[in-house]
Design a protein around this ligand. Sequence first.
Ligand SMILES: *Cc1c(COP(=O)(O)O)cnc(C)c1O
Length: 354
Amino acid sequence: MSIEIHKVEKSRIDEVDFDNLVFGHTFSDHMFQMEYRNNKWNPPAIIPFGKIEVYPSLSSLHYGQSIFEGLKAFRSADGSVNIFRLDKHIARMENSCKRMCIPTLDSEMFKEAVTTLVGLDRQWIPQARGSSLYIRPFIFASENYIGVRVSEKYDFYILTGPVSTYFKEGLSPVKLMTSEGYVRAVRGGLGEAKTAANYAASLLPAMEAQRRGFSQVLWLDALEGKYIDEVGTMNIAFFKDDVLITPPLEGTILPGVTRDSVIQIAKKKGIKVEERRISIDEVMESVKDGSMTEIFGTGTAAVISPVGEVYHNGESVTVNNFKTGPIAKMFYDEITGIQYGEKEDTFGWITKIQ
Ligand SMILES: *Cc1c(COP(=O)(O)O)cnc(C)c1O
């Protein structure tokens, strides 16, 4: 499938302060666009980034039938551009489509869309280590109809934009508090789809946590409030008695690509991995008795985010003296090493644009 390309007359890149990038604010010159009409995806185009016109009756504004992805492209040591785990993100978007009754995309076309768009705006990929080009594909229901039913029209866009490190703390520990009185997802719900609704549910609890000095909410399972699910925008992993423990994919958590990368690296390094339920009581106890030495979040935005403190039920525990531990550091170095082309891509995770 050929993509029609309409280039900008003049790039906006000179207006961008690459030393002070704020996550999610800056977008590259072009965006990808494709419409689903009359039961099929129409021919795609790459056009200048800009406004889109919609009616206030746009169905996704009312009922949230929308999905997204988040992945990154990096400037590689050899001068090429590396896109990290493109196939895995495409596969997850397909699963999100299915859960949200959105027509799936042809994966080859999707791949070509991302590589063409990133190639076209490659000068937007920042140079500095830790910086990258964030890629945001998303699809929303675009029928002008406010009855509740599956939409017959969809719009698919891909935006890209330069980002530096996600948390202002960088690779330094964050404080988490468990969800009190709120739930994020239940089995059979939307928790494993990358859809807007999951974030809508998390905003109020996250705001309250931040007001109390915590960086994000540590979600417990919705039924018993006992087992760890994930963090607001990240999956979570624990290092206890030399074993890497992470909650299993049972429908309530997002199947993170970074989570999967950490598991694969751990196995290759001979670290024992357990995908199992882990209770908040076990976490609090084993941090206190010293057997759990590290906790960290995993996600595309921050890669690895060490957890320095967990607050639950009126009690706080400090993890690894509020320092980044060697295991978190090792995963960060391995993943970013592959992303920036400094370490060999033995897993086949990189899509290269020459
Ligand atoms: C995207 C996301 C993650 C992290 O997934 P990655 O593929 O590693 O970026 C974790 N939790 C939620 C809720 C997410 O939306």
